[in-house]
Design a protein around this ligand. Structure first.
Ligand code: NAP
Ligand code: 12T
Length: 338
């Protein structure tokens, strides 16, 4: 089997770490693995297939001879280095928001729009969608194909790991400080996140929405390739370490019963239905953490409109929401195009 030189950019981060683990778990055909981060990480290493791989500093010449670059170093760094990598012939799969809405750059969730991967040729870059969008469209796609979605109203309950390693540490430290009656430190979030909910993810726009909310609106249309789907979102940070949960209200053009929706979702790729209220079975963040699937349950009619459903969607934001989705894209890329 052909093997590829792979670089992980932002390897010491929450997403980068999971990228390395995912490459190993899925037996991606790696010839040489290069791990890149900032100069702060020089001297560190990560274990890959039982061996220590040293972290190198990301530089303009880091991509000579690299076939595939899995990027998650933050938007500004991707904006600078992804085009540099692409110019050296490296196909970039970028996890940041930098390129998602660029028209000729594909934005891909393999279960939904795998065919768009071929447009990697345009700029040498493929964008990985936002974590909250990914898990929602994996579930919505088969329902849209069956009954045409008119409008989606979504509220999210997002884990701190979505913000990165420093936010995971902040929640841990705040919980410890509260239990030990110590002063609370706030560096990442503007308010205490322990035992609290913050209706604020990414920065605010003039409209009053946050950027995270508008990612869900705009990315959903691009991935589903249907600008007629109306989406409105409220994104909320909750004191959970791993796993984003979403309350999703969907209005359809045609009738779709909860049973019909469950039947469609049971055979949908990457989806697991957990929906048995009589036995208190519904998706939970703590169950989704570390798993590859997107979980859906609480499927019931919206009795306030003609053709509507409510549901609860949960996935591991670092796996399907980031690292796994990126590696799945890379798998299609090497199988069909490289
Ligand atoms: P993180 O835990 O804070 O990690 C950031 C990583 O980027 C670290 O490896 C860091 O290296 C590296 N980095 C930062 N500045 C750098 C620079 N100037 N040069 C080279 N490397 C640099 O953050 P994360 O949670 O992994 O997220 C990183 C990015 O992925 C963000 O843009 C985020 O928006 C995106 N993300 C996307 C999704 C998604 O929805 N698909 C989900 C989560 C995150 P050091 O350790 O050396 O500082
Ligand atoms: N601010 O990839 O804080 O655009 O949870 C993902 C997660 C941005 C992104 C978060 C963010 C992104 C977060």
């Amino acid at each position: 089997m052909k093997e590829y030189n792979v670089a992980v950019v932002g390897a010491t981060g929450a997403v980068g770490n999971e990228m390395v683990a995912t490459l190993e778990q899925r037996k991606f055909p790696v010839k040489k693995l290069t791990l890149l981060a900032s100069e702060r990480s020089l001297g560190k290493s990560l274990t890959y297939k039982g061996e220590e791989v040293p972290i190198e500093e990301l530089k303009e010449n880091s991509f000579k001879g690299i076939d595939i670059g899995l990027f998650s170093p933050g938007g500004a760094v991707s904006e600078k280095f992804a085009p540099i990598a692409a110019a050296d012939g490296c196909v970039v799969i970028d996890n940041t928001s930098a390129f998602r809405m660029v028209p000729d750059i594909p934005l891909v969730v393999p279960e939904v729009n795998e065919h768009a991967i071929k447009f990697y040729k345009n700029k040498g870059i493929i964008a990985n969608p936002n974590c909250s969008t990914i898990q929602m469209v994996v579930v919505l796609k088969p329902l849209h194909d069956a009954a045409r979605i008119k409008r989606v109203v979504v509220s999210t309950y997002q884990a701190v790991s979505g913000t990165g390693k420093e936010a995971i540490y902040e929640l841990e430290q705040q919980v410890l400080a509260i239990y030990n009656n110590k002063p609370l430190e706030k560096k990442v979030y503007p308010y205490q996140i322990a035992f609290n909910c913050l209706p604020h993810i990414d920065s605010f726009l003039e409209s009053g929405y946050t950027k995270e909310e508008m990612k869900m609106v705009n990315e959903t249309k691009k991935i589903m390739e249907d600008d007629s789907i109306q989406v409105t979102a409220t994104t909320v940070r909750v004191p959970v370490f791993y796993g984003h949960s979403e309350s999703v209200n969907v209005e359809f053009e045609k009738d779709l019963s909860p049973d019909a929706a469950r039947k469609l979702l049971k055979k949908a790729p990457g989806v697991k239905v957990v929906d048995d209220p009589a036995k208190n079975k519904y998706p939970l963040a703590i169950d989704a953490a570390g798993k590859d699937d997107t979980f859906v349950g609480r499927i019931r009619r919206d009795e306030s409109i003609a053709h509507g459903l409510n549901m609860w969607i949960v996935a591991d934001n670092i796996r399907k929401g980031a690292a796994l989705n990126a590696v799945q894209i890379a798998e299609v890329l090497i199988e069909k195009y490289l």
